[in-house]
Design a protein around this ligand. Structure first.
Ligand SMILES: Cc1cc2nc3c(=O)[nH]c(=O)nc-3n(C[C@H](O)[C@H](O)[C@H](O)COP(=O)(O)OP(=O)(O)OC[C@H]3O[C@@H](n4cnc5c(N)ncnc54)[C@H](O)[C@@H]3O)c2cc1C
Ligand code: FES
Length: 273
């Protein structure tokens, strides 16, 4: 494939709506210009903030033609994104990457912090096809929980875990999951969040016969297999192409999972730092 096709058509889009999901995290909705593209839960866009940077952002909402991203401000690009308002312009390329396999009748979905972003699109898709979903939303405190407009029903059980116990289970998502899993007969577990959370889940699930899919994050410059910054040890698996969604057997082969990642220059940094 030539470089231009790999990179995806860049489009300028105008923000149609901005919603504050927590005090800091917002959803930016816009009209996705290419309705010929198939967009699947778990995929991401490269988002260009004029004059600042281009960064990967999960697709959090997709009701054609409206696409939404969820932004947590943590540095120059994300801080600039959250200050944008309705009517402002950004650039988008994509969608890129692998997607969640929706083959499940009884699913546990676990989102830690901003990891809930791709899981919103996933949860909506599972509910639409009739899957029963237990949704565990975790964050440091109740004010940081990405609740969106979910509430429990016959088909959806919404549970919370907060580190400080201000809402729901007091403790980490992993400890809450340990309690929830034996109470159900899940046929699939989906997770996205801090890598230490997913490494903990991996350990809990290793000896259980439940398939799972986790969405991972690595530093991404191109988003489409050209630059190599998102490669994972030991085989150089490219997270932007073969991920960000990986299955149990794929994750088992990634020796750096839960241990370290790399910064923009390729220097290793320990997970959680
Ligand atoms: C597939 C994928 C999906 C993501 N989805 C979301 C999302 O839905 N919402 C959200 O708020 N964030 C998401 N992120 C993380 C987001 O891309 C980074 O927070 C953002 O790039 C930080 O840039 P900055 O300039 O604001 O901060 P910086 O100060 O530059 O960096 C802060 C942190 O973000 C990491 N980071 C910086 N640039 C990148 C980059 N190009 N690629 C990956 N990590 C980077 C750095 O390693 C550092 O740990 C996603 C990342 C990936 C890889
Ligand atoms: S981000 Fe460039 S190869 Fe993956």
């Amino acid at each position: 494939m030539d470089t231009e096709s790999l990179m995806g058509d860049p489009f300028s889009v105008r923000i149609k709506e901005k919603i504050m999901d927590t005090e800091n995290i917002c959803t930016l909705n816009f009209q996705f210009p290419d309705d010929s593209k198939s967009i699947r839960p778990g995929q991401f866009l490269m988002v260009w903030i004029p004059g600042v940077d281009e960064i990967p952002m999960s697709i959090s909402y997709w009701e054609p033609p409206i696409l939404g991203i969820n932004v947590q401000p943590i540095g120059p690009a994300t801080n600039a994104l959250v200050t944008l308002e309705k009517g402002d312009w950004i650039g988008v390329r994509g969608p890129f990457g692998s997607h969640f396999d929706l083959d499940s009748r009884d699913a546990l979905v676990i989102g830690g912090g901003i990891g809930m972003a791709p899981l919103r699109f996933l949860t909506n898709s599972l509910l639409k096809q009739g899957t029963h979903v237990v949704l565990l939303i975790a964050a440091r405190t109740k004010d940081d929980l990405l609740l969106y407009d979910y509430s429990s029903s016959d088909q959806l059980e919404v549970k919370f875990a907060t580190d400080d116990g201000s809402l729901g289970f007091k403790g980490f998502a992993t400890d809450a999951a340990k309690e929830i899993i034996p109470e159900h007969s899940f046929d699939m577990i989906y997770a996205c969040g801090p890598e230490l959370m997913m490494a903990g889940l991996f350990n809990i699930l290793q000896d259980k016969d439940i398939p799972f899919q986790f969405s991972l994050e690595r530093y991404m410059k191109c988003g489409c297999g050209i630059c190599g910054t998102c490669a994972m040890d030991p085989d150089g698996v490219l997270v932007c192409i073969e991920g960000p969604v990986f299955t149990k057997s794929e994750i088992s082969r990634l020796s750096e999972f839960g241990m370290y990642s790399r910064d923009s220059t390729g220097v290793k940094k320990k997970c959680g730092h």
